[in-house]
Design a protein. Structure first.
Lengths: 339, 295
């Protein structure tokens, strides 16, 4: 294969004048990958008046920013943004390109990967560079893209050995945010943007922003309910327990899909990743995508009527029984102990 | 009048994993998971049907999958799709999203003029949300993802409300456009009893071949003719029908390769069993208070 590049790129999303947490987390991970490849870590910043965001990336490990500014780029739109990335990637062939697995990331990354014919692995829970053998061929310093798959309790390690550009998306909170003690020297390369008639194919008429009232990432205690609770009514138990313990309410994807709890409270691979001191999983079977979002909690208590539910395998404490009976006992006992 | 092509997928029911589908070695028995119509794709079909009801036009549902995916095509007919296609070929097996989008793009081009391509945002097995945008890229049409509501369609423009990180936005797209929809976008209509009666006998080529197996008096060609006459033949498009480049299909056309698959064996961790009694729970809370997990 031709000489492979050693560049690691991270697409920087921004909201309200600040880089998104997930993008900064990816820079932190990116710099470790770049070290292993002995190459630069470049942040791609696209927008209008985003110099400050570009400057911020050096605190998290960027060694260079590719900055593209234009009033047409003020808000994210698929066609102009993907066109910019398609061109940059065609020109520079970075070895690795990382995106946050956000609404924007899931809109942009696949479109770009289709154009560059790169493989793209979504929602990676781990990224590692290693030298492996695939079908008898050695793949040196290849990116291992690791994620749970097929809802079947499988951890898949995906690789893209035949393509020079490897792409992956990662959810917020999966990688840790570790700013540098001393920010890197600022090096910003401005790249001109040429508008195209196709940019007008989708226009933004209006935007509505709502404050995210829920901050699961910061909660020390989380009480999460699953599909096993059966009804939205029964979810009241979760709310009660969370309230008494001073924690936040969360839910598994199945509970969100069933309407028991809103999406912003979903914990799991396609929801939020949390690391609370205490995670109480009630009526949650423990599918691997859920576990991916909470398995690093300090202490895990599982409450379920099914003694074979996979959740019990990662719980520190397991209670087999009906939540409707156990939670009131828990609340009583707790209130009693506090007296 | 606006014509829609809806991309649908049959998936294992990964949302309902209970102790029953766990094997003794701690891994999931995937063959025990029932196959279902990916819900967000049903919502996409529902939206296409609503567009048809309001503005007129044709709704075509297509799926790339193994022969039994014709099950969900029948369900599309029960819901009101005008026409369905099964895109199936052994050579499509093992396709990642890039190879899948290539096949779907070529199928769409063969099927004909469309104003909308609808699809669910993502399927519950791969959970990548990649096929929609990748198909749009290959078709060289704009995309609107995370669509929550179609507000208006006028001439060659559609106004859509979509979800964005931290809120919503309203966009206007020029047709043709590919739209991926989230489940909040619509309540899926129940099957029409009349249509179930009319189409439950619909069969694909593979279904008919099964009927003729071992029965030397029954010929597939005759059956195909009969089923077509009764409007019950589900057309299959193969690699040859679509004149595809074999190197871009299936495993060959998939840049993402699975290097390793590890079944997560849930061998008992350091789990402590707590009795669901007042005493048991009381002890647990004592421990949590001691460890300063609860305060």
């Amino acid at each position: 294969m031709q000489n492979l590049s050693n560049e690691v790129w991270v697409f920087i999303e921004h909201r309200n004048g600040k880089a998104a947490d997930v993008s900064l987390e990816l820079l932190c991970k990116g710099r470790k990958l770049a070290e292993q490849l002995r190459g630069p870590l470049k942040a791609i910043v696209i927008g209008e008046d985003v110099q400050a965001i570009a400057a911020d990336t050096f605190k998290y490990g960027a060694t260079e920013v590719l900055l593209i500014q234009h009033k047409e780029l003020k808000n994210y739109r698929t066609l102009p943004y993907s066109r910019i990335l398609n061109n940059l990637i065609s020109e520079h062939s970075p070895r690795i390109v990382l995106f946050g697995a956000t609404v924007i990331g899931r809109d942009l990354a696949p479109r770009v990967a289709s154009n560059t014919k790169s493989g793209l692995t979504a929602d990676c829970t781990e990224l590692r560079i290693d030298t492996i053998t695939y079908l008898g061929k050695e793949c040196k310093d290849i990116l291992l893209q690791i994620r749970p798959a097929f809802g079947g309790n499988i951890i898949a390690t995906i690789i893209t050995p035949d393509n020079p550009v490897q792409m992956a998306t990662v959810r917020e909170g999966v990688m840790e945010l570790t700013p540098l003690a001393k920010p890197n020297e600022i090096k910003i390369t401005e790249i001109p943007f040429l508008p195209d008639s196709t940019d007008a194919l989708v226009e933004i008429i209006e935007q509505f922003h709502q404050e995210n009232k829920v901050n699961l990432k910061a909660a020390p205690v989380i009480v999460a309910g699953g599909y096993g609770l059966g009804t939205k009514e029964n979810f009241k138990l979760i709310h009660e327990l969370a309230h008494v313990l001073g924690g936040e309410v969360a839910g598994s994807r199945a509970a969100v899909d069933a309407g028991f709890v809103p999406h912003e409270r979903q914990v799991g691979q396609t929801g939020v990743t949390v690391r609370p001191k205490l995670y109480i999983a009630v009526g949650i079977s423990g599918a691997i995508q859920h576990r991916a979002g909470m398995q690093e909690a300090n202490k895990i208590i599982a409450i379920n009527t099914d003694p074979d539910a996979p959740i019990f395998q990662i719980a520190h404490y397991g209670i087999v029984g009906d939540a409707a009976v156990i939670i009131p006992k828990f609340i009583d006992a707790y209130k009693h102990k506090l007296k | 009048m606006y014509n829609s092509i809806v991309l649908v997928k049959q998936v294992p029911d990964t949302a309902n994993i209970s102790g029953k589908v766990m094997k003794e070695d701690g891994t999931v028995n995937r063959s025990k998971l029932p196959a279902i119509f990916n819900h967000e794709d049903k919502v996409a079909l529902e939206l296409a049907l609503q567009v048809k009801e309001k503005y007129g036009g044709k709704v075509t549902a297509i799926t790339m999958g193994p022969p039994r995916a014709s099950d969900i095509l029948r369900e599309c007919l029960y819901m009101g799709a005008d026409e369905v296609f099964l895109i199936s070929d052994r050579k499509f097996a093992g396709a990642d999203t890039l190879a899948t989008s290539y096949v779907l793009c070529e199928a769409v081009n063969q099927i004909g003029k469309y104003h909308f391509i609808f699809g669910g945002r993502q399927a519950i097995d791969g959970d990548t949300a990649q096929v929609g945008p990748q198909t749009a890229d290959k078709l060289n049409i704009p995309q609107v993802t995370y669509a929550e509501q179609i507000l208006d369609i006028k001439e060659n423009k559609v106004t859509i409300k979509r979800k964005i990180d931290g809120g919503h936005e309203i966009v206007q797209a020029t047709l043709p456009v590919l739209v991926t929809v989230i489940k909040e976008a619509a309540e899926v209509r129940p099957f029409s009893a009349k249509k179930v009666m009319a189409y439950k006998g619909a069969k694909s080529l593979t279904d008919l071949e099964k009927l003729t197996e071992g029965n030397s008096l029954l010929y597939t060609d005759t059956l195909i003719h009969e089923y077509k006459e009764r409007n019950l033949f589900i057309s299959t498009l193969t690699m040859d029908d679509l004149q595809l480049d074999v190197d871009r299909c299936g495993v060959k056309g998939s840049p993402t390769k699975v290097h390793k698959v590890e079944s997560v064996v849930l061998a008992g961790g350091n789990q402590e069993k707590v009795e669901p009694t007042k005493a048991g729970i009381g002890e647990l809370i004592d421990k949590l208070l001691e460890d300063h997990i609860l305060g």
